[in-house]
Design a protein around this ligand. Sequence first.
Ligand SMILES: [Zn+2]
Ligand SMILES: [Zn+2]
Length: 645
Amino acid sequence: MDTIQVTLPDGAKQEVARGTTSADVARKISHGLAREALVAQADGELVDLSRPLERDTALKILTSKDPEALQVFRHSAAHLLAAAVLELFPDVKLGIGPPIDTGFFYEFLREQPFTPEDLARIETKMHELAAQNLPNERKLLPKAEAVELYRQWNQGFKCELVEEKALEPMVSFYTTGKFIDFCRGPHIPATGRIRAFKLMNVAGAYWKGQEGNPQMQRIYGACFFTQPELDEYLHRLEEAKRRDHRRLGAELDLFSVQEAAGPGLIFWHPKGGLVRKIMEDWSRDEHLRRGYNLVFTPHIMLLDLWNTSGHTNFYRENMFGAVEVEKADYQLKPMNCPGHILIYKSRLRSYRELPIRLAELGTVYRYERSGVLHGLLRVRGFTQDDAHIFCMREQLEAEVQGCVDFALAVMKTFGFSSFEVELSARDPQHPEHYAGTVEEWEHAEGALTRTLDRMGIPYKHMPGEAVFYGPKIDMKLLDAIGRPWQLSTVQFDFNLPRRFGLEYVGEDGARHQPVMVHRALWGSVERFFGVLIEHYAGAFPLWLAPVQVAVLPVSGKFSEYAKQVTAELAAAGLRAQLDDRNEKLQAKIRDAEMQKIPYMAVVGGKEAEAQTVSVRHHGKGDLGPRPLAEFLADLRVQVESRAIS
Ligand SMILES: [Zn+2]
Ligand SMILES: [Zn+2]
């Protein structure tokens, strides 16, 4: 017999007849594996279980325990969607249908838009077809026949794809029910296993992503191996909706974007403004404590400055247009760096002054297309917690450590416990793509890696991801529901010191060029505020809350004592709000809960007599009566220690 050798992941070897399929091998191993098998990995390549093995092969049978099988699974779900749509809407024209991060989509050309009712019908049909356990069958056709097949079926986009993409004379197809796809595969054997999915939405997309091409309708679905995984994903989506900072921003009266002023420009309302003041106070104090100097620079400066910095070359499309004043062009600043450089350059610097750390809550304006603007997260005007460090090479490592340590302090103070770090390095194959010498890059990348290693911070090394002017580290913090947010950046710059001819006089009396580091911790006040709102779902910890205590008299009879309590809280530096409306206590409590005020102090006859308050905590409910003085002292400790809960 003509045999081949199959090597399994545990090293076991099997002699099998040439042409045996992975499904046959799975059956030999166990019935359980045969039942669970989705796809095979033959010499590292994903293939259908039904594909005959023609030579000695290292084989792994993948099941729903193997994440590598998930993309194949989702791709098969996309085919199931197309099959269902063809049953219900036989005249649609088929586009493409790949797996994506959380599921799949398939795109169709159809005159009428798909409605939510259509999606529900399609989803039901998908479940029907899944229950029939239709096989996903692979076929090979000569290219010309393949084109002819789609031509007769009047599927122009598919003809186009076969003509462009089929490189070999034989073309592979997969059929699922009435659906025939020009597709490389692989796929899972049949539709029966696809149960945990949900159609999410329809979005328009140009054919092949090119403007002017026909507008396809993409039906998106979420899809996982199991129902609990799908449920968890849908729950996370719900949570994200509940935490949406745009909705909470309006409900809690924190900020707005005004049509009358233009998109992407933020109005901070009194309560948001108060949180911002607390954030900024902390930031400025902490900068001073860490040896930074606070500076302020103009919002508009001569356009020529931006020619010197090079921004008009590589950053122009993100800049607002220039403004002419007395025959000179001025530019609204998209970045703070040139301003800080001008302060550095305002006189000759000595090595004794270095490092110089200039920090500014610097407001910048960047042109972002209106389509990408998003609440506080993508805006056109924002205030960076920006700093630029000018130092000598031998000071670099300590400065990087200082920046990372500061970033960690931000996370801890504002209540984030986990984060991820990425180190973007140059592509060593292409030194010509970068400003600065190979030696400078090695030194800077070395300073970054050594610092992270020494501090015991794990990071992802990303060669080729650096921008042209220097390596950087990015820190992404993870919020309460595990979403990553890119905030802090420590970025080297070998470009600007050269363009601006920055110098210092060294110990040797000669002129040297300082190293420059750009650094932002929050990224911007707006963005960080948006992240805080979502992280806390609007229920800020006491020290950040715009209103810390709602004082709630049980009736008008006790308004005198309620006023006294409010005044004493205020005198202790706490932000208290008296609710003396003529409303039922339950309504007042409900409103304070809706406003996510951390504490409620309920006062009536008993409390007035005993000089106590009945304390309620947002989310924790009734905490019982406390002497007023004790309650006050307790809150002060929480505020001063910036306690998180
Ligand atoms: Zn496909
Ligand atoms: Zn900068």
